[in-house]
Ligand binder design. Structure first.
Ligand SMILES: Cc1cc2nc3c(=O)[nH]c(=O)nc-3n(C[C@H](O)[C@H](O)[C@H](O)COP(=O)(O)OP(=O)(O)OC[C@H]3O[C@@H](n4cnc5c(N)ncnc54)[C@H](O)[C@@H]3O)c2cc1C
Ligand code: SF4
Length: 328
């Protein structure tokens, strides 16, 4: 049985207290929400904080406020089950509830939070293993080693951004609010992710994710399609988020964002170009799907044959866009 190492545990009651603790303890500290990602990683000695600071008792992080007409603010510690069941989210932002429902299992959704999901560690077959397994291959670049087993000539880690909500948040243009002892900052979800499996977030470790801010619903629609081996639960090995806005029967704005294939979500701008100015019909959808296929470059470090996952980028883009045709 894998055991957690010893660590100090803090339970601050306010944002001010939480950010002060992490600033005082420094790099040896890490925030934890539901712990469904961090604790397994600690058991496998992939992440090794000496101090863990819970964000679950921070009242402001546990609230959902607003609605589709003014925009919705979701606290970072809201658990995924509450996202799945929220009447407002199901009515005004159904894509968010639907993507959340595909995450892990009901038990894990009762613990896991939206904030933890957006800040999930990147994943790789050579990394998501216990300590002894990783030691057996002399570790890898991401932790304790000096070679990438996926691309041995590479100085970069290709571990995969594997959250279901990340491509959705990037596609719909969500904003993320962070706090630290230096103050607050708000960034676009698209600006948070870095195309490097080790240094995968444009965020300092001492920054607390406070909330996720969804834009007002002014006619846009979005959908999410997930490829995984087991329908009951599995991480995405490809996720396609599609966002469109229509004017006078023509697509006036669009975004296609792929998750699960690279260290950061991949926005396919050529797919948007293929859609904008056209009715959302078969021709435009096929052209967008072709663009997604061309730009999707998964590597051999998660489930399924990677060339097949590339092929599936085409199919899943078609499915995601067809969902929006049906929703008119
Ligand atoms: C068996 C299994 C299946 C899973 N399947 C899926 C899946 O299909 N799809 C998917 O997307 N995920 C999946 N997950 C991953 C995980 O359960 C979810 O992503 C969950 O939402 C993570 O949230 P958490 O609160 O547990 O994160 P935690 O483990 O608490 O934290 C994750 C990371 O976020 C940081 N963090 C958390 N909150 C904050 C904050 N407010 N400010 C700053 N940093 C913070 C932590 O330091 C840590 O680095 C799975 C996990 C398991 C164990
Ligand atoms: S992509 Fe390479 S460096 Fe990154 S976790 Fe996998 S094997 Fe390690």
């Amino acid at each position: 049985m894998m055991r957690l190492p010893k660590f100090e545990y803090h339970t601050p009651k306010s944002i001010t207290e939480a950010v002060k603790i992490i600033a005082d303890v420094g790099p040896a500290a890490q925030f934890v929400a539901g712990g469904t990602d961090l604790y397994p990683n600690m058991k496998r000695r992939q992440q090794t904080p000496k101090s863990v600071i819970s964000v679950m008792r921070l009242a402001e992080l546990n609230q959902i406020t607003g609605d589709g007409s003014q925009g919705l603010r979701i606290g970072a510690s809201v658990i995924l089950s509450d996202i799945c069941e929220s009447k407002i989210i199901n009515r005004d932002y159904p894509v968010v509830a639907r993507a959340a429902r595909t995450i892990s299992t009901p038990l894990l959704r009762n613990m896991g939070t939206i904030g933890g999901n957006l800040l999930l560690d990147t994943r790789c077959n050579y990394y998501d293993q216990n300590y002894e397994w990783r030691k057996g291959i002399n570790f890898c670049l991401k932790k304790d080693g000096d070679i990438c087993w996926v691309a041995p000539g590479s100085s970069k880690c290709w571990a995969v951004q594997s959250s279901d909500l990340v491509p959705v948040m990037v596609a719909i243009g969500a904003k993320l609010r962070f706090a630290s002892t230096l103050g607050e900052r708000v960034i676009d979800a698209a600006g948070l992710y870095n195309d490097d499996g080790i240094d995968y977030l444009h965020k300092r470790p001492d920054e607390l994710l406070v909330s996720i801010e969804l834009p007002p619903m002014n006619g846009w629609q979005a959908s999410y399609q997930k490829l995984r081996r087991r329908g009951a639960f599995d991480f995405p090995v490809l996720g396609v988020a599609a966002y469109i806005q229509r004017k006078d029967g023509l697509v006036s704005d669009a975004k296609i964002v792929l998750g699960g294939i690279a260290p950061s979500p991949v926005e396919i701008r050529d797919a948007a170009t293929a859609l904008i100015g056209k009715p959302l019909g078969d021709d435009a959808i096929q052209a967008a799907a072709e663009a997604a296929y061309v730009k999707a470059r998964p590597l051999d470090n998660t489930d399924f044959v990677y060339q097949w996952r590339k092929q599936m980028a085409r199919q899943y883009t078609v499915r995601a866009l067809n969902e929006l045709v049906a929703n008119v």
